[in-house]
Design a protein around this ligand. Structure first.
Ligand SMILES: NC(=O)c1ccc[n+]([C@@H]2O[C@H](COP(=O)([O-])OP(=O)(O)OC[C@H]3O[C@@H](n4cnc5c(N)ncnc54)[C@H](O)[C@@H]3O)[C@@H](O)[C@H]2O)c1
Length: 277
């Protein structure tokens, strides 16, 4: 059985998180370490991952973190990070696929219509979010299949349920991530072990670097029309705080969720429940 008999005790558990140096990734790493887990952070940005590791404040019972440079779109790169994680922590109990995001170049605007969005930008967004979750799942999934146990947690989005305006590639890719979550949950349980679970979190609107330009008016510092609309459609009337992901993440990684696989949990302040009326 994977260590951690309680939802708040992850001592002895070893995880790999992609994009762990990002805004949401950082919060997840801190939450995991605080609960005793050992965490390998695979990120394209090694400097940010290393800085995160150096800033962690270990206390009695907390876990260890290591920073690894890697690219989720290159299998050899992910394989090297997996090898380094196993060399350090002995195994990988769980994988969190948090590398992802949108690009301004793949977003429609007054200046750039849908018809003009460059294929390269669309492809890059689509690949990072979907293929970037599939490749690490292949590499770590093999290790889990050999051990007959494991947990994969993908990060989907509100866009997956109903697409948001302006971001076609990101919306389609996240719909793909949710679909892939269900596919992989069934595949791993049927072909390898029912002790391998695959789920996803679908964060609502968290104010981060990737969407700052869409939600905050650069000139005034106030909300854009889009930012206002989002809050009007979020019954809890606020943006998410990265901390809001910690509870649902710990739950899905814990034995408390032992019979749960193939689900996508909105963490959205009620956005996906609200019809607007
Ligand atoms: N921020 C939000 O409001 C929000 C909402 C819904 C879903 N999400 C999703 O949550 C996840 C994390 O988002 P975030 O806001 O923390 O983004 P972020 O941009 O802050 O972090 C993403 C991290 O991924 C890393 N990365 C990018 N490309 C990579 C690659 N090829 N290989 C390895 N690492 C790579 C970056 O260096 C960065 O550290 C993403 O999948 C994002 O789509 C975010």
């Amino acid at each position: 059985m994977i260590p951690g008999s309680e939802i708040d005790d992850f001592r002895g558990m070893s995880l790999l998180i992609t994009g762990g140096a990002g805004v949401l990734g950082k919060a997840m790493v801190k939450g995991l370490i605080a609960h005793g887990a050992n965490v390998a952070i695979l990120d394209y940005n090694l400097a940010a991952a290393t800085e995160l590791v150096n800033r962690l404040e270990p206390h009695t019972g907390s876990g260890e973190a290591i920073a690894l440079q890697g690219n989720v779109l290159q299998k050899e790169s992910v394989a090297a990070a997996v090898e380094a994680t196993i060399a350090r922590f002995g195994k990988i109990d769980a994988l969190i696929n948090a590398a992802g995001g949108n690009k301004a170049e793949a977003t429609t605007s007054m200046e750039k219509t849908f018809f003009d969005l460059p294929a390269d930008a669309l492809r890059a967004v689509f690949e990072l979010n979907l293929i970037g979750a599939i490749i690490p799942s292949q590499v770590v999934g093999r290790h889990m299949a050999e051990r007959n146990q494991g947990i994969i947690l993908n990060i989907s989005s509100m866009n997956a349920f109903r697409p948001l305006t302006r971001i076609p590639a990101y919306s389609a890719a996240k719909a793909g991530v949710s679909n892939f979550t269900q596919w992989l949950a069934v595949h791993m349980a049927q072909e390898y072990s029912p002790q391998i679970r695959v789920n996803a979190l679908a964060p609502g609107f968290f104010l981060t670097q990737q969407n700052h330009y869409l939600l905050i008016d650069q000139a005034t510092g106030g909300l854009t029309e889009r930012g206002k609309k989002i809050l009007e459609h979020t019954p809890m009337n606020r943006f998410g705080d990265p901390q809001d992901l910690i509870g649902p993440m710990l739950w899905l990684l814990s034995p408390a969720a032992a019979f749960i696989t193939g689900i996508i949990i909105p963490v959205d302040g009620g956005f996906s429940a609200y019809s607007g009326v």
